[in-house]
Design a protein around this ligand. Structure first.
Ligand code: GSH
Length: 121
């Protein structure tokens, strides 16, 4: 494995956390390059500049998953990392726990909050 995927992660992003868990649980930590930024820090603008010409829309997580192949979809990145480790996302129990638990709750709360705000408007 000479090519190392580069993974761009935004601090505190719940979608990026999926990818972080997948990196740890697949044991690929030494086989990927992680570029993490905190919104507003010195790194962010450079990462966005790198990604903008490669993606239809910049969002995080994003990855150069194969040479020249960029994706910005957390499930796609997780599936690609799992495959690289000879696994599927279903083989990663901590990831499953996060997706069914805290991640699902966050998505529900986000949706519910949006609906309540609409009702108040
Ligand atoms: N469907 C996307 C959603 C990712 C997403 O919404 N990420 C947010 C951060 S939590 C984002 O990139 N926002 C736009 C930005 O920061 O430019 C995925 O699963 O990767």
């Amino acid at each position: 494995m000479s090519f190392k995927p580069t993974i761009y992660l935004k601090d505190k992003c719940p979608f990026c956390f999926k990818v972080r868990v997948a990196i740890i649980e697949t044991g690929l930590g030494d086989d990927v390059i992680v570029k993490n930024f905190v919104p507003g820090d010195d790194q962010e603008a450079g990462f966005r500049e790198t990604l903008a010409p490669k993606l239809e829309k910049v969002s995080f997580p994003a990855a150069e998953i194969e040479p020249g192949l960029f994706i910005a979809d957390s499930d796609g990145i997780v599936a690609a990392l799992a495959a690289r480790a000879g696994k599927t996302p279903e083989d990663l129990p901590v990831l499953g726990h996060y997706l069914r638990g805290p991640f699902a709750s966050m998505m529900n709360l986000y949706k519910e909050n949006g609906e309540l705000k609409k009702q108040l408007a």
